[in-house]
Design a binder for this molecule. Sequence first.
Ligand SMILES: [Zn+2]
Length: 187
Amino acid sequence: MAFSNSNIQRELLKDNKKPYTHCSDCQESLLNKLHHVEQFYGRLSLDEDLKLIFGYAICGDCRDRLAKKISIKTLQNIDELKNSYTKLNDYTRIQLEYALNKEALPPIKNCTFTGTPIHQMKEYQVSAVIFRENQASEAIVYGEVFIKDFEQCLSEDTKDELDDFFNRIVDLPPSLKDLFDERVLVI
Ligand SMILES: [Zn+2]
């Protein structure tokens, strides 16, 4: 299978160049496996361009394993957050028309939940479901206000689990670790 001509938005490509080929956690091949990609963008001031800070791909098995470690308290908090952000209810919707290349993917421009344009933000996260060389879901954009609200939902136990996960899969220089202490993973 060729990974050229992929139907994946640049913001979701590894190093903004090519699709991920292996799970960042278990290192298994992602060929023919539905998986998630998540990338983190940031800048220190609004005058700079938003840059890719880091990203990862995670296979279904690893994602399930991680989801089981999320505390009940966190899940309850996230449930309540859905009252403020109704789009949280259907963010995992898989839209096969994208995978079949029948519909153009909407550009990554605004927070999915608040509508705030990313050009007004110092950081944002973006994720999507990928299958073969195609995006199988619309990109979900997590703006900085949403990220802060989501962070409030995480119990201490869940934060520890997510820290373990990120420390395992991402090799960040300490300066960037400080910048990204509010990283979240939306299960
Ligand atoms: Zn994996």
